[in-house]
Structure formats: C-alpha cells, structure tokens
Design a protein around this ligand. Sequence first.
Ligand SMILES: [Ca+2]
Length: 109
Amino acid sequence: MRQPLPFITVLSLLAACGAAVAQSVSTAAEPPPPPPVPYFGKADLNGDVSLDGQDLGLFVDAWREFHETQALTTAADFDESGAIDILDAVFFIGEWLRVRQPTTAATVP
Ligand SMILES: [Ca+2]
C-alpha cells in the first residue's frame, strides 16, 4: 500500500513551483507578462476562472484537512479516487505550470 506523502513534502513541491514562477517573472529588462489567460480547468478551486494563489491555498487546505480528519473536499480530489493524495498534487502542479508556461512568439518569415 502506498504511503501518503507528508504534508510538508507536498507543500515544498508547491512552494518550488511558486519559486520557479517568481524567478521567471523577476528577471530584469523583460517586458511585463501578458494578462492571465482564463482558466476553465478543475484546478480552479474557487471558480473565478483563474488558477492562482487562492486555488493553491484551497488545495493545501483540502490536503491538510483530508490528512488530519479524513474529510474529503471533493473539488480537490481531481482524479476522484476518494482521497486527496500525491496524484491530485501532481495534477495541480501540472496545471499550475502549464498555465504559466510562456507562450512562444510567432516568428515572422
Ligand atoms: Ca481560481
């Protein structure tokens, strides 16, 4: 049987995602990032059509609540397994990174 990852491990993974995004944004002499693209995926836990720190906070809360009390926040159980586990965290991180992936500028022939 698979052991759940400790909360601190998942939190570290999520923090690393945030740090990577912050590092990519903080480089000097770059134009400001484009406005956020609307997000309609399952990781938008507060339903505001955006995947941001509020959703990250809700996911971390759901993770902690599940692992402390077994209370399931179904919206954060992305794979509908009946548990909020590493697979849900991987889904959230993947969506987080995909949304923040820089778009490639069109090349002019
Ligand atoms: Ca949201």
